[in-house]
Design a protein around this ligand. Structure first.
Ligand SMILES: C[S@@+](CC[C@H](N)C(=O)[O-])C[C@H]1O[C@@H](n2cnc3c(N)ncnc32)[C@H](O)[C@@H]1O
Length: 195
């Protein structure tokens, strides 16, 4: 079976429209087979977006592992700021581009395996990270983020308690100043500061 993070062109396309309300913002997304959480907004993503401190978000922002686009598109819509979004999954990237148009936001979406095509530093990297890729790649994503964050830049992520949130927090504390922003229905929202 293919995973949502693999580029498997044999997966038959079956696009669908998802209607989503996050806080007071209504959005529509086209999703498809072969991308993460195709049937609706992932609950972890919702927890992240409902708990992130929108007032502080400014500067350069990266949505890492954008999927069909909910994080970056929601932030661009509510804050009216420019956001970079990347993913390794080409179908997800194509959907994120369509969804940016659908929701009338201006975002910059590009393909990248981990940070290979990232050329600048960010004030915020925001992610619902791919857990199923395994610990090695997950840790590469979360720890290499330091190289792409400005000083005092913040890595925001969501992880479920059952996916090893507590041990991840301990490991992140070796490299970042870590704040657990909320624990919402089993999902930890974590802010790791690069100071
Ligand atoms: C848990 S999903 C989150 C998707 C979307 N942000 C959301 O909240 O619905 C993680 C995303 O990371 C992407 N991903 C997995 N491995 C990656 C890698 N090596 N480099 C970049 N993105 C990757 C997957 O394709 C997937 O879209």
């Amino acid at each position: 079976m293919s995973h949502y993070f693999e580029n498997d062109e044999t997966i038959k396309s079956k696009e669908r429209i998802i209607h989503v309300k996050i806080n007071n913002t209504e959005l529509q997304f086209i999703s498809d087979n072969g991308v993460f959480s195709k049937k609706g907004l992932d609950f972890g993503t919702r927890c992240l977006l409902e708990n992130i401190d929108l007032n502080n978000l400014k500067g350069n922002i990266l949505d890492f592992g954008c999927g069909y686009g909910p994080i970056g598109i929601y932030l661009a819509k509510t804050l009216n700021i420019n956001i970079d979004m990347l993913d390794v999954n080409l179908r997800a990237i194509a959907l994120a581009r369509k969804n940016a148009n659908l929701n009338k936001v201006n975002v910059n979406i590009f393909e990248s395996n981990i940070y290979e095509n990232v050329t600048k530093k960010y004030d915020f990297i925001i992610t619902n990270p791919p857990i199923r890729v395994g610990k090695k790649i997950l840790y590469e994503i979360l720890f290499k983020a330091k190289d792409y964050l400005n000083k005092n830049g913040e890595l925001w992520l969501v992880i479920n308690k059952n996916q090893g949130a507590k041990s991840l927090i301990k490991d992140l504390e070796q490299k970042y100043t870590v704040r657990v922003v909320s624990k919402s229905k089993g999902f930890y929202i974590i802010c790791a500061i690069n100071n």
